[in-house]
Design a protein around this ligand. Sequence first.
Ligand code: NI
Length: 166
Amino acid sequence: MTNKYKLQVYPALVLKQRAKEVLDFNQDLKEKTDAMFEIMYEYNGIGLAGNQAGIAERIVVVDLGKEQDQGRVFINPEIIEAGADRESSEEGCLSFPDIYEPVMRSKAIKIKYVDLQGNSHEEEMDGLLARCLQHEVDHLNGIVFVDRVSKARKIGLKKKLRNLAN
Ligand code: NI
């Protein structure tokens, strides 16, 4: 079966849009989530936000490969606490092929989200999962990782973005 959703790459406008809250936990939501996993695995990503599949809804899928963080779905995720302890680490994004830049993020966060059945959860996380969720929640707010790159790296980055847009 062909996927009716496609990976959205910079400068696609949907990447700059604020995604809408999910209100209906129905089969349609499950299908969108499945389509997002399919895209994420096709491009070997570890996380994908709705906008990146052209779905302007607050859906995030994550798969870090490790047992406990395999095939995870976060609907309407919200960061309710972000640790003051921050660190810089290199990030990439499927919507920005071949661009990798260091980004400052909180080392640990607490999030609130809803699962596919409509049940609410709170979860504390750190490490790669915390970084990934901060990156994906940014996407849902129309913010992309290159927006968070330090001033010093912005000039070099501009050239790479220009090449990507052409
Ligand atoms: Ni991304």
